[in-house]
Design a binder for this molecule. Structure first.
Ligand SMILES: C[S@@+](CC[C@H](N)C(=O)[O-])C[C@H]1O[C@@H](n2cnc3c(N)ncnc32)[C@H](O)[C@@H]1O
Length: 215
């Protein structure tokens, strides 16, 4: 119960920060705190290529949890390698979902406010969703991340694909969370299922993880 209140408080603070940032910087990579569009796209590419490598079938349904202003859908739409992706975007921030609705007026139904897919998908994908935090406690933040992942796994047929910044020891610095890669894998394997990690190509310090269902 106390944990739930703490998490709700974190999300309130996050919502305020992201709303202000979007208002100041607009629908741009910087509007969701990325350093550049290049690093934003490199992250999408790494996650989507993992999804398509491990999906047992060609057509794959994904939920982009923490979709921001919808940049992943724009990337999918212009990338032939990912044409077989059926996309749904989810974000806890209403301003982000309003921005998606504005950018994709004919596809409003593809975007939902929330923290879980509205229906069963093959994979949930998270890009940068857990990087910014108002907590100063890395253990608490890891608990929050796993509560989110666990909830999403209940709506994912095959698994979860996400990125995190990593450092030799878990830490929060300038409101950015850095995970301990090995500790994250251990916990994901214990709580959810087999986990694979690889450094994200072209993005220093970023790691892409795939967590699959236990068989
Ligand atoms: C760094 S931004 C990345 C946005 C987008 N993935 C991109 O790369 O352009 C993180 C986004 O995740 C959203 N977010 C944070 N925690 C979330 C959660 N638990 N569930 C859903 N969305 C969340 C934020 O509101 C924000 O829009």
């Amino acid at each position: 119960m106390l944990r739930r209140l703490i998490y709700a408080n974190h999300e309130r603070q996050l919502n305020r920060t992201y709303r202000n940032r979007l208002a100041n910087r607009g629908n741009t990579a910087q509007g969701v705190f990325w350093r550049s569009q290049t690093s934003q796209i490199a992250r999408f590419d790494a996650l989507l290529s993992l999804v398509h490598q491990i999906a047992p079938q060609k057509l794959v349904t994904i939920a982009d949890i923490g979709c921001g202003y919808g940049a992943m859908l724009a990337f999918i739409n212009k990338t032939p390698a990912y044409a077989q992706t059926i996309y749904h975007g989810v974000d806890i921030n209403r301003a982000m979902i309003a921005a998606c609705h504005q950018t994709f007026p004919a596809e409003n139904a593809l975007f939902t406010i929330g923290n879980t897919p509205p229906k069963l998908v093959d994979f949930c994908v998270f890009s940068g969703t857990f990087n910014l935090t108002h907590s100063d406690d890395p253990d608490l933040w890891m608990d929050y991340i796993f509560a989110c992942l666990d909830r999403c796994m209940a709506r994912a047929r095959y698994g979860l694909v996400l990125n995190l910044l990593c450092a030799p020891k878990a830490k929060i610095e300038s409101q950015i969370f850095y995970a301990d890669r090995a500790a994250f894998i251990r916990r994901a394997e214990a709580m959810i299922g087999p986990t694979h990690a690889q450094s994200t190509k072209y993005v220093s310090g970023d790691v892409s993880f795939v967590i699959t269902r236990k068989t």
